[in-house]
Write a protein that binds this ligand. Structure first.
Ligand SMILES: O=C(O)c1ccccc1N[C@@H]1O[C@H](COP(=O)(O)O)[C@@H](O)[C@H]1O
Length: 219
């Protein structure tokens, strides 16, 4: 099954190349200074310009102010914006209008109540990213290597294209896809040698694992 993979938190040209070589559909650049995967606008521009054709470039931001959006948009040739903070539906619509790009809104999932927000954000976002909710007091709102209970979303209708994220690894991605029916998956820490540095062999194994899964929800 052709599950599309996003490799997030690319910081080096060799990691961008590895993502492309493995057949990833998306590569993510993190514009969030507290992250070990953060890149400057200048660095992201260089990485994006070297990205292979076919690797869609996603800019991840957390509750960005307009100044950051404008600075990134002026320099980095992106294909999509990922919002990974507590942006309201109205803000998602504003970012979409301001950047002229499709917006993927990340939703932290830990309960039925969180699942209920899928319909709300599905009205304004082009895509949704269903991720584990960060623990209280966590330094980062994502990229923590934590999975959520996939049964919460198994078989649910999501009104726009969506990705599964949170604690995915080469070892569990096939099971995650089979349980949730996800047709797109996103990974960061699960394919790293150390925070901020990807491992080409893990990226390759991850893409292979995702593609080897059968997308039929089993629950
Ligand atoms: O990766 C980060 O550093 C990051 C920082 C701030 C917000 C989101 C971040 N990453 C996103 O979180 C998901 C899950 O990460 P992981 O695979 O569990 O490590 C990742 O796919 C990124 O989109």
């Amino acid at each position: 099954m052709d599950v599309r993979v996003k490799i997030c938190g690319l910081t080096r040209a060799e990691d961008v190349a590895a993502a492309g070589r493995a057949g990833a559909a998306y590569g993510g650049f993190v514009f969030f200074p507290r992250s070990p995967r953060a890149v400057s606008v200048v660095a992201a521009r260089a990485l994006a310009l070297e990205a292979p054709v076919g690797l869609a470039k996603v800019g991840l931001m957390v509750d960005p102010e307009d100044a950051l959006l404008d600075a990134v948009m002026a320099e980095v040739p992106l294909d999509m914006v990922q919002l990974h903070g507590s942006e309201s539906p109205e803000r998602v619509a504003e970012v979409r209008a301001r950047t002229g790009l499709p917006v993927m809104k990340a939703l932290g999932i830990a309960s039925e109540e969180d699942v209920g927000r899928i319909a709300l954000y599905g009205r304004v976002a082009d895509q949704l990213l269903l991720d584990a909710k960060a623990p209280k007091g966590a330094e980062l709102p994502g990229g923590n290597g934590l999975a959520f209970d996939w049964r919460l979303i198994a078989g649910r209708r999501v009104p726009v294209p969506w990705m599964l994220a949170g604690g995915l690894t080469p070892d569990n991605v096939a099971r995650a896809v089979e349980m949730t029916g996800a047709r797109q998956v996103d990974v960061s820490s699960g394919v790293e040698a150390e925070p901020g540095l990807k491992d080409a062999a893990k990226i390759e194994a991850f893409v292979r694992g995702a593609r080897g899964a059968e997308v039929v929800p089993k629950l």
